[in-house]
Design a protein around this ligand. Structure first.
Ligand SMILES: [Zn+2]
Ligand SMILES: [Zn+2]
Length: 285
């Protein structure tokens, strides 16, 4: 398992590698542009080359791009839909440029509308973005199930994958906080294995592409997306250790998106702690 953290690329793409190295990461995740604006950031060849060079010289073996939060591929609003497809396409192109393992995407929201038609719209939008971009994979992230967000269950992820025609570039990113908040009790190895079993049966375990490790501030099934620092939430240390030591997860990148101390994001100490918890979990199996 390549454990690491979400880091900022502020100051240029190679800075993201620098921040990952400072935190002892084996994997990093970045936003390819400001997460709360539509304005795309374009990277020049020199920046991309410097990024690739820095990554090759580091212990970081995987980079994920998180698509921006404004995207809603399931939107009924024509303007938002067009912007969402353009932004996702741009993220996938940047992913191609920098050799990302995948772009991670929140599948979208039905808002207050009908879920099956929202899933169909999301699938069409995702297929358009895939058609407009090279080869970079796309990982649909499971959600905490707040409001009309799509991807709250393995069943919904399977329906989304179907809506994408089972496209070969589409995989899954499982977030531990979101799983717990949407009602999956993953506080034990048996609980995590249950999720993997459901993924195997409904999606195919080979679609598992990446992981987010976050503890949860809110309780099981609360449908609220509130990340806690590792070991400090409802999952606790045993829950995080169970997630990290799941056999089906061992070849995947796994990044922390925790608030950190004073909301500065995951620290080197926390990344190291996650690595320790993984060892602890493996020893307990
Ligand atoms: Zn996440
Ligand atoms: Zn979250």
């Amino acid at each position: 398992m390549l454990i690491g953290a979400h880091v900022s690329p502020a100051g240029g793409l190679p800075k993201a590698i620098e921040r990952g190295v400072e935190r002892g990461c084996r994997a990093i995740q970045i936003f390819n542009q400001s997460p709360r604006t539509w304005k795309p950031t374009s990277y020049g060849d020199a920046d991309v080359a410097a990024f690739r060079e820095a990554m090759a010289a580091s212990e970081i073996d995987a980079v994920l791009i998180h698509a921006v939060y404004l995207l809603n591929c399931a939107s009924e609003d024509a303007d938002i839909r067009v912007k969402s497809i353009a932004s996702l396409t741009h993220s996938l192109r940047v992913g191609e440029q920098i050799g990302a393992s995948a772009v991670v995407l929140h599948p979208g929201s039905a808002k207050t509308g009908d879920v099956p038609s929202a899933i169909a719209r999301a699938g069409e939008a995702i297929l358009e973005a895939l058609a407009e971009s090279g080869h970079c994979p796309l990982h649909l992230e499971n959600t905490a199930g707040t409001g009309g967000t799509l991807g709250r269950s393995i069943d919904e992820l399977a329906q989304l994958l179907d809506a994408c025609g089972g496209h070969e570039r589409v995989g899954l990113c499982l977030d531990s906080c979101h799983l717990f908040a949407s009602g999956y009790d993953i506080r034990t190895a048996v609980g995590v294995a249950g999720v993997v079993g459901e993924v195997s049966a409904k999606v195919g375990v080979e679609r598992l592409g990446s992981l987010h490790l976050n503890d949860s501030q809110t309780s099981l099934g609360a449908n609220r997306d509130r990340h806690a620092n590792i070991g400090e939430g409802e999952l606790g240390e045993p829950g995080c250790a169970a997630f990290l030591s799941e056999p089906a997860f061992q070849a995947l990148p796994c990044v922390l998106e925790t608030p950190g101390v004073q909301r500065s994001g995951p620290s080197a100490e926390e990344v190291a702690f996650a690595m320790t918890l993984r060892e602890r979990g493996l020893a307990a199996r």
